[in-house]
Design a protein around this ligand. Structure first.
Ligand SMILES: [Zn+2]
Length: 208
């Protein structure tokens, strides 16, 4: 008769380690889509900035606020301003930065990513997070959502390292590919692209 294997006892985890980090994995509760798999739906240009996409998931509260801001007319904004203070949540505002005019919103955000895509991105993030709990690997999604400045620093440090060693641009590209695999971060995301030169390099990499 074969025996079953005893389950090893794991280190105890704190509540924080097993608590779901975001309600919405599509936008990490920011209202703007920041999922690394966004490139499944979006073809980013080789140069120039792209507008951030507003999260359109039905269940996403912050995304819904962004959507309302995007759609609100100037008259509605003025009426809203009369009834509610803006600014930080602690001050009684809703915590969302709101340029006053409709055209500001529409110039700064895009509504073009549909809810089906956002739902899919959310599901992928959720699955990845659950998997990270099981395997106890580094939560890639969490790393991705680190401050944009941290990611920029990483890219810049690789760049200067390459320069110091007198390496070519193709070596630099190789190093970035290595870092993308290592960190699970798509450095193509608009917030993480520090310079025009780097954008071109990364644009080339995306094709490969
Ligand atoms: Zn969302």
């Amino acid at each position: 008769m074969s025996k079953i294997l005893a389950s090893p006892r794991h280190d105890q985890r704190t509540d924080n380690e097993i608590r779901q980090p975001y309600k919405c994995f599509c936008c990490a509760d920011s209202g703007k889509v920041c999922h690394p798999l966004i490139t499944e739906f979006v073809e980013f240009p080789e140069s120039g900035d792209s507008l951030p996409y507003i999260c359109k998931r039905y269940d996403c509260e912050v995304g819904e606020k962004f959507t309302k801001c995007w759609e609100a007319s100037d008259a509605e904004r003025n009426a809203y301003k009369e009834t509610k203070a803006r600014g930080s949540k602690g001050d009684g505002g809703d915590g969302i930065p709101q340029p006053m005019r409709q055209r500001d919103w529409q110039a700064n955000f895009s509504m073009n990513l549909n809810s089906t895509a956002c739902d899919w991105l959310h599901e992928q993030g959720l699955l990845q997070w659950r998997e990270s709990l099981r395997s106890q690997k580094v939560n890639v999604f969490k790393k991705y959502t680190e401050a944009a400045s941290d990611r920029t620093d990483t890219v810049n440090s690789i760049k200067s390292e390459m320069k110091a060693q007198n390496l070519t641009e193709s070596a630099f590209e190789g190093a970035l590919v290595h870092c993308i695999k290592r960190d699970g971060i798509l450095y193509l995301h608009w917030e993480s692209l520090p310079t025009a030169t780097l954008k071109v390099l990364l644009g080339k990499m995306k094709v490969n």
